[in-house]
Design a protein around this ligand. Structure first.
Ligand code: PRP
Ligand code: ZN
Ligand code: MG
Length: 210
């Protein structure tokens, strides 16, 4: 049988828990070292180690059949993929944050301000909903240093423990989206017998954790 492919994060917040989940499903494989693809010895599956930002498109386009990625990334990419299972880890919230020493009172106070983010699509929708006109500055990382450098008045980024915000003199101002890791699949892959088997194993691992 031709092995299916599952894409997981190469390094970052979701990597370790994604590997742990697959191992708890009884899959035996070499963890990521330098090879970006590894096969599972006892299950017809190959694992691709990718940048999380690339995973939704890879799954949509069928380069990978399955993926484990944060809902924040899926929503930002506006892809068409199927949600197979919410995984309960990688919980975080996309938040707008502002410098502690320049507090704002109301959401409307963001009018006319600049906001640095790696999530311009999600942020634009949020601003539209609140009828706020702000200047979105898209940058790909280290967003939290924006206000300190005078790049922007506020930021919109993922907050997990909150320590990145604190370390950069920022405080949360508004919640935009709450997120967790999701097992996604390309269209119609759910009916594949290998996916059915994997999904059952994933669900029993999750149930055992309850
Ligand atoms: C997020 C965000 C912050 C960090 C916040 O990055 O961009 O850098 O996590 O976490 P904390 O509240 O626990 O300090 P993410 O892990 O999503 O990685 P990426 O942006 O590099 O993909
Ligand atoms: Zn990323
Ligand atoms: Mg980041």
């Amino acid at each position: 049988m031709k092995a299916l492919k599952i894409a997981i994060q190469k390094s970052g917040r979701l990597n370790e828990k994604s590997v742990e989940l697959l191992k708890n499903c009884g899959l035996s494989f070499e963890n990521y070292k330098s090879s970006l693809i590894t096969s599972v010895a006892n299950f017809p599956l190959e694992i691709l180690f990718l940048r999380d930002d690339d995973i939704p498109e890879y799954v949509q386009d069928g380069i990978a059949d399955l993926g484990i990625v944060g809902e924040n990334v899926i929503k930002e990419k506006e892809v068409s993929v199927e949600y197979l299972q919410a995984l309960g880890f990688g919980k975080c919230t996309l938040k707008i944050a502002i410098p502690k020493e320049k507090p704002l009172n109301y959401i409307d106070d963001l009018n006319g301000k600049s906001i640095a983010t790696s999530y311009p699509i999600i942020l634009q929708k949020f601003l539209d909903q609140h009828q706020i006109k702000a200047d979105i500055r898209t940058i790909s990382g280290s967003v939290e240093i924006g206000p300190g450098l005078g790049l922007s008045d506020a930021i919109c980024d993922i907050v997990s423990t909150g320590s990145t915000l604190r370390n950069n003199g920022l405080e949360p101002f508004a919640d935009v989206l709450s997120s967790q890791a999701i097992l996604i699949g390309k269209k119609d892959i759910k009916e594949h017998s290998v996916v059915e088997e994997l999904l059952q194993r994933v669900q029993s691992v999750l149930r055992a954790k309850e």
